[in-house]
Write a protein that binds this ligand. Structure first.
Ligand code: NAP
Length: 651
């Protein structure tokens, strides 16, 4: 973990042999180093020199001449020496004007100014975590001691929530159904499981790590990170593993949630809490398809999120159903090992290549992340920007666009053409296969996947892609809609999750009945994705409409929700209030702008069938917002949006 951003680190570098130091700096990415230099020195002259050589935010879009890079290193070494000689502390974050110029050059385009506050928070220069919610007035210890928060789930979101509750001194309990921390990253252990957001950004803003081995970490790396943060957090005494919340009922007279919890042995107990925070996520309940005969299959069958590692796939006939994010990661890993792999694709997905997908973070870069002050932060900025909102403007429907079935606008069409070119080259000119894997809908209509040798895998002799659909499963195979039987020893269901029923299968009963009565099977709605009218003191992390469909990081969104929840709790505690309940008007207004925004975007395209839309065609899982906009929406808690009830005055 990086602990480098202090004067000691600069002194250590200044005392290092200059030749050794230069050789090490030469292994770093030039752009974050340019930002380190500009930040430490205040000298902006190199920004101009670098500008023509930076075409985009990804490091592979940068081509800096050797002489210029050498000049940067020499100046950086000199700055280290100045700091050490003068015993100067590291500077604060750059002012907004300089930050703007630095960011613009670093990503090869103008960074809208609304991003800058978000960038400063993410980079956390003063190490105080700008997203932490601080008390505005002294809170009596007795008041805090009487307050209790129940958090469900200890994945990325629940852990962040627990850490912030501990920091604020608010008593809490975490209930986790698994026997370990990590949520989806604990459960998903299928071959090839990996992040498709660069993990130097897909990690907490308040807990940078210099130890990632990959740009896109593999599952075990992610779970290690989460376990490390958990171990350091000191929250173990608050956590109850292998217990599951089954039901929570709002008790109006007590202004508390009465929560039923089932232990691993099946016994139940209850606990009451002033606030109930769900960190159960969106993608934690496997969706098992209703395919005729599936139960009659005699061999092993399992969902991608429940991988059975006891089943040896070597030389077996394997049927994989599903070609989404999980399926696309699984097939390339198992294809070389199995006898024959039959993949059932119901509809194709778009997938992009990223040169860094399997790249290892070099030892040189790890050294920089570990030793060069602020390098981790500027590195995070570069990856954040590369993977965030750049695509969103291209996902807007142009009402005058003449080819609306297959693309949305000129930029989207260009992406479509590039993706088809990529597939054609990977498929080695097999036009029949190309036709099968080319979506009819515009790029980004479903989650844009990362091509980790998926298309090449489809060209293997032992791999067959079946697109005619599944008629039924038999005891020994799968019969497609053309009547062809595909023998199977093992069936893998890479068929996704029940994403449209957040909080499922918990029964949540508010002031006016169950949350299912409000949402139906598939129409979850929440103010900012977090609070629901008539469910006082209930907060949902990674809730309805907050999944990032165009880019970004789920960790970023959940940190926004944690901050918002913490501000709500502060309001309750500081006012000594009993409950807060989001008002109808702001809730309805938010749903209206949310739906209106989605109507402009690709996920409501009529040709797209994705897990983001419910059966009425409404997008219920995805955020339509730029990251900066969602950050702005959630960065203040507007008390006027809530009915806040005072605590009962005891007689
Ligand atoms: P998914 O994207 O929902 O894909 C499910 C696949 O199963 C789709 O191809 C779907 O076809 C198919 N399917 C579902 N029911 C079927 C049926 N009855 N018959 C035939 N095919 C059926 O699920 P996922 O791949 O597990 O990914 C879910 C989400 O998890 C992703 O979108 C992503 O947010 C996250 N994830 C992320 C990563 C990562 O970061 N690398 C990896 C895995 C998952 P249709 O497309 O026709 O519906």
């Amino acid at each position: 973990m990086s602990k480098v951003d202090d004067t000691q680190a600069v002194r250590a570098l200044a005392a290092t042999d200059p030749e050794f130091l230069d050789a090490h700096l030469a292994q770093l990415d030039p752009v974050p180093l340019l930002l380190v230099y500009t930040h430490l020195s205040g000298d902006e002259s190199l920004l101009e020199a670098f500008q023509p050589h930076i075409k985009g935010a990804w490091s592979f879009e940068v081509d800096v001449p050797d002489a210029l890079f050498a000049e940067l290193r020499a100046r950086t070494i000199a700055v280290f020496k100045d700091y050490a000689r003068d015993e100067r502390p590291l500077p604060p974050a750059p002012d907004m004007d300089r930050l703007q110029r630095m960011c613009d050059v670093a990503v090869g385009q103008n960074v809208p100014s609304e991003y800058l506050p978000m960038v400063l928070e993410e980079l956390n220069f003063d190490q105080t975590d700008a997203k932490s919610v601080r008390w505005r007035k002294p809170v009596p210890a007795e008041r805090l001691a009487q307050f209790h928060v129940l958090v469900v789930g200890l994945g990325y979101s629940g852990l962040a929530m627990a850490i912030k509750l501990k920091e604020a001194g608010i008593p809490f309990t975490v209930i986790e159904k698994n026997d370990d921390v990590g949520g989806t990253w604990y459960e998903n252990t299928y071959p090839g499981v990996a992040v498709d957001t660069p993990n130097h950004f897909y990690s907490y803003s308040f807990r940078a790590s210099s130890e990632w081995d990959h740009y896109f970490a593999l599952g075990p790396e992610v779970i290690n990170y989460i376990r490390t943060v958990y171990a350091e957090s000191g929250i173990a005494e608050h956590v109850r593993f292998e217990q599951e919340v089954t039901r929570a009922t709002w008790n109006e007279s007590e202004a508390k949630w009465e929560v039923s919890i089932r232990r691993a042995d099946g016994s139940e107990y209850s606990l009451s809490a002033n606030a109930f925070v769900s960190g159960t996520g969106l993608l934690n309940r496997p969706s098992i398809p209703a395919i005729a005969g599936l139960d009659t299959f005699e061999g092993p069958k399992f969902h991608s999120a429940q991988w059975d590692h006891d089943v040896d796939l070597t030389a077996k006939n394997v049927v994989q159903i599903g070609t989404g994010a999980s399926g696309m990661q699984i097939a390339p890993q198992i294809a070389p090992k199995v006898g024959h792999l039959t993949i059932f694709q119901r509809s194709p997905h778009w997938a992009r290549k990223n040169p860094l997908l399997f790249a290892q973070v070099s030892d040189g870069v790890k050294w920089g992340l570990e030793h060069v002050p602020f390098y981790t932060k500027w590195w995070r900025f570069q990856l954040l920007y590369a993977t965030s909102d750049g695509m969103l403007p291209t996902l807007r429907k142009d009402p005058d666009w003449p080819e609306p079935e297959t693309s949305l606008n000129a930029a989207n069409k260009l992406i479509r053409e590039q993706l088809i070119e990529h597939m054609r080259s990977e498929l080695k000119g097999d036009e029949a296969l190309l036709a099968k894997v080319t979506p009819a809908f515009p790029p980004y209509g479903k989650r844009m996947l990362r091509d980790g040798n998926w298309f090449q895998t489809l060209t293997r002799d032992n791999v067959e892609l079946v697109t005619s659909g599944i008629d039924r499963v038999t005891p020994s195979g799968v019969i497609d809609r053309d009547g062809v039987e595909h023998p199977a020893d093992v069936i893998i269901l890479a068929t996704g999750f029940k994403a449209q029923a957040p909080l499922y299968p918990m029964e949540i009963i508010g002031r006016a009945g169950s949350i299912r009565d409000h949402w139906g099977d598939d129409n979850p709605r929440a103010h900012l994705g977090i609070t629901v009218p008539d469910f006082p003191n209930l907060f949902i992390l990674y809730g309805p409409g907050t999944n990032g469909g165009h880019g970004g990081s789920a960790v970023f969104n959940s940190e926004c929700q944690v901050r918002y929840t913490m501000m709500a709790l502060r309001e309750l505690i500081e006012r000594d209030a009993a409950s807060l309940d989001v008002r109808r008007a702001p809730f309805d207004d938010y749903q209206q702008v949310f739906d209106a925004e989605h109507a402009q975007l690709v996920w409501t395209h009529p040709g797209v069938n994705n897990w983001y839309r419910n059966k009425d065609g409404r997008v219920v899982t995805n955020s339509p917002w730029r990251l900066s906009h969602y950050r702005n929406l959630t960065a203040d808690f507007k008390a006027e949006d809530y009915d806040i009830k005072a605590a009962k005055v005891s007689a």
